[in-house]
Design a protein around this ligand. Structure first.
Ligand code: NAD
Ligand code: MG
Length: 386
């Protein structure tokens, strides 16, 4: 792909966003940044704007946007949730990277696809919350969605080489997180600091906790289902502590294809930003002999109930995945703030799902409403447990 592509990076100050800027800097001008956004970290965003020369930035928090507008006169500063949507629809971008965290990413996903703009999607919560409507919108406008998640980028790349009808199952791997092998009793005592110490990946706080509870794999099963149209019963999760194989495809004849790479998100980011092509990156391939062995284990669903909760919500459908996601966000936030025990995260999600049975969804507004309602109930449960 040699055409110059105009790129917007939403969530530029985060873990994925900053790595994306590195990928752009190495693209030999193939990717041209036209805008950046963040929630409130205006100093970092202004520094990124100066460095990359973009003409527009957006900050979701109006106070932060006002401070940025005072400090930076090199371009336009947009403010609030509407500012973020304006950035998407007015920037004439060919490609948007959505690297926001949480269901806050759904609005920008909808705005991007609604404009028919190609979407590099790190914000898996968009697909968890609104999978059916999001993929229907992409189909209606003809906008492509390329995954920025190591397992899904791996599967995307593997599936590109598979004949239609030749795929039997998909497998995504889980590192198992920092608490692999622990008992429920041990988990009751873990600290925020221990939960944030991921063994193989360096990521933002929310996804790091999701990796420790295994909710991240639950979200990723839904992400795979919506991206590839694969039924839930054909998507497997296996624990693979080395995080070297990211995804596997089982073919009709029983053969398996595996995607192997170091745990470096720039691989998945570059793959998506370059339209599903492999480009030069300064990344050392895996040293197979140095590694010696790759191992696999089943998921311990009794100790880590979040994956089963997610699978059940996925099968229930309708508002259930949205409610699960909102409750998880509230619970993870409370855990990070020291207001909730690690093992209570699953309890908050389960209680919220019990109180809000799945309802059919016919509009994005219904999802925003379900998200709000679930957050309220989950916050009540957190307060009751505190
Ligand atoms: P992060 O917390 O490091 O960064 C999040 C970014 O989004 C920041 O720029 C922040 O300013 C912005 N943001 C947060 N809340 C917002 C809001 N309400 N409105 C507008 N902007 C907001 O997160 P991350 O680790 O980079 O993850 C981003 C997304 O990518 C998540 O959905 C995550 O699950 C997914 N992902 C991340 C990794 C990884 O390695 N970090 C891997 C796979 C998938
Ligand atoms: Mg992943």
């Amino acid at each position: 792909m040699s055409d110059r592509r105009r790129l917007l990076v939403l969530g530029a100050t985060g873990s994925i966003g900053t790595q994306a800027l590195d990928v752009v800097a190495r693209s030999h001008g193939e990717l041209e940044l036209v805008g950046l956004s963040a929630q409130r970290s205006w100093e970092q965003l202004v520094a990124q704007a100066r460095q990359t020369g973009v003409a527009r930035i957006a900050l979701s928090e109006p106070d932060a946007a006002a401070r940025a507008a005072e400090a930076w006169t090199g371009g336009e500063v947009l403010s609030g949730a509407e500012g973020l949507v304006r950035l998407v629809v007015e920037s004439e971008a060919d490609l948007v990277l959505n690297a926001l965290v949480g269901s806050a990413g759904l609005g920008p996903t909808v705005a991007t696809l609604g404009e028919g703009i190609e979407l590099a999607l790190a914000n898996k919560e968009s697909l968890v919350v609104g999978g059916e409507l999001v993929t229907a919108l992409a189909e209606a406008t003809g906008a492509q969605i390329l995954p920025v998640d190591s397992e899904h980028a791996a599967l995307h790349q593997l599936l590109a080489g598979c004949a239609p009808g030749s795929v039997r199952r998909l497998t995504i791997t889980a590192s198992g997180g920092p608490f692999r092998g622990m008992s429920v009793e041990q988990l009751e005592q873990v600290s925020v600091q221990e939960a944030l110490a991921h063994p193989t990946w360096s990521m933002g706080g929310k996804i790091t906790i999701d990796s420790a509870t295994l909710m991240n794999k639950g979200l990723e099963v839904m992400e795979a289902h919506h991206l590839f149209g694969t039924p839930y019963e054909q998507i497997d999760v296996v624990v693979h502590p080395q995080s070297t194989i990211h995804g596997l495809v089982t073919l009709a004849d029983g053969a398996m294809l595996a995607h192997i790479g170091p745990p470096d998100m720039r691989l998945a980011i570059a793959y998506a930003l370059h339209g599903g092509e492999s480009v030069d990156l300064p990344i050392e391939p895996v040293d197979l002999v140095g590694l010696g062995a790759l191992t696999f284990e089943p998921v311990d669903s009794r100790t880590f109930p979040c994956l089963s909760l997610a699978r059940a919500a996925a099968l229930a459908g309708g508002t259930a995945p949205c409610v699960l996601n909102a409750a998880n966000e509230v619970a993870v936030h409370a855990f990070l703030a020291g207001r909730l025990a690690f093992t209570a995260i699953a309890a908050v999600i389960e209680a919220t799902l019990e109180r809000l049975p799945a309802e059919r969804v016919s509009s994005f507004d219904a999802l925003y409403e379900a998200d709000r309602g679930a957050r309220e109930l989950a916050s009540e449960t957190v307060a009751a447990l505190a």
